[in-house]
Design a protein around this ligand. Sequence first.
Ligand code: AMP
Length: 454
Amino acid sequence: MFRSGVTTAARTVSKSSPASVESMAAAGTTGRRVALWATGGQGCATPMVPNKMTVKTISAGRRSFHTTPARNTQSAGAVKATSASTQAATAESTAAAAATTPEEDGKDTIPGTSIRVFRTVAGLRAWRRGELLAGRTVGLVPTMGALHAGHMDLVRAAARDNDSIVVTIYVNPTQFGVHEDLSSYPRTWKEDGKALADVQLSLGGKHSKLGKIKAVFAPTTEEMYPSGPPSQEVDGHGSFVTITPVGQLLEGASRPTFFRGVATVCMKLFHIVQPETAYFGQKDVQQTVVLRRMVRDFAIPLKLVVGPTVREEPDGLALSSRNVYLGTRRRAVANVLRRSLLAAEAAVIKDSSLNHDQILVEAHRVADRTLAAQKQLPPHERALFEIDYLSLSDADTMEELGGEQRIDQKKGAILSGAVRMLPVENPQPGEDLGHSNGPLVRLIDNIIIEPKNT
Ligand code: AMP
């Protein structure tokens, strides 16, 4: 496939990743982080092991959302066409985000706030029309839930620019490959509500009922994909938005259906919410490049704002909903990608005349040394990993620079990478292995080399 964004060393890495946990998006600011609990298919909460590197934790909420009973609106044909993993996730998200009628929709609120919970497109649209008629601007923050400080930063940015904010919480099946972690992806509905209530309070002070977060849109998959969920297979059928070639490079090469799913669901959310501005994190830098291209090429009338990557303290691991899968042993090594990218950035800062290969060799050196040190440890202590890719790419297209090419100072460039944290060997009795017993976790990160006005 398209491996133009990958250095020779990275190309040799095995691409097989059974039951892998792929990270969608990228590093150290506030360490505030939601205590993570998984809401299972029956709505029962299962505690997950908190990350040991976390500095502060938002306490888990005690209150739950008011929900109406789930109604299965999916046709038999649609169910047949759905992959097993999609069905599992659909069942789960239906339990957490119960379907409702457009008339009832929006009556439920997040406890202690006036944030309305919408499940239907019609209900959300009716509310949106009211905002339009009242002359209020709307900012959209799309998420897959399991909210953390990175998401909250985007909400704060939206609050600075808009009268009203819609946060969407929807685990979108079409951006997961068939072997990815759709069914185990953390779903933390109650805690997400608590986190939103807290940020609403911090935005609105004592008058949190007047805060700018007006709505959470948490549809079921039946609601988002009324013809049945499109296939997760690469050559499967469905109504898709594809943005190429950028969507096929780097992350798109490793996850061939990922950007197709992201672009498709974001196109839908943009149509449903019709925001003036939509907010995305730099952590998923390629996602922002894909979506910018989509907004431009489809003349979508909105502004896209990218917020900085929020990182855990003290080691700068980018916050991700998937960090809960790591467990203690792997967490201690998981910032290898961050350190590798920082080494490459330091080389650029020191000598702006370095070419692509000279820059990336610095990143590979850090990764190689870290791996060698882990390999020296006995199997029950070490955490092994594989670098999927380390890249230095064009800032607009994410095409890899040529080996001897230097960074165009007027344009800047993007340093990015992905690492697979392998399941630990010889787990010890009582060891914290992370969520779902610590499957393979794929983490991504990036650093933007800013243009210079020379
Ligand atoms: P997700 O819930 O993972 O789909 O992410 C929803 C949005 O939050 C995306 O725009 C992500 O780029 C953004 N995001 C996720 N993690 C971070 C982070 N650590 N810092 C900033 N933004 C983030």
